[in-house]
Design a protein. Structure first.
Length: 84
């Protein structure tokens, strides 16, 4: 099975997500952040493939908005940016 990855366009996009996540679910260690990002990557990949999420739309994971999604084919990863 192919591994899925995520990244954020800008540092502030990631900071906004992590702040919202920690407010909802508590503080994360660096290792826990890596695990969370792997879970999000798998979740968004599955949602795109089964048609429940469209790239360019806002994606949420466990009731926290991750951001507007895109896919970088060169690096083969999902990219998120803060959405209003």
């Amino acid at each position: 099975m192919k591994e899925n990855y995520i990244d954020f366009y800008r540092g502030k996009d990631e900071e906004a997500f992590l702040s919202a996540w920690e407010a909802e679910h508590g503080k994360l260690s660096d290792e826990a952040i890596d695990d969370l990002y792997a879970e999000i990557a798998d979740a968004v990949d599955e949602a795109v493939k089964n048609g429940t999420h469209e790239l360019g739309e806002s994606f949420s994971y466990k009731n926290v908005k991750v951001g507007r999604s895109d896919f970088n084919t060169f690096h083969s990863l999902y990219i998120f940016e803060e959405s209003n």
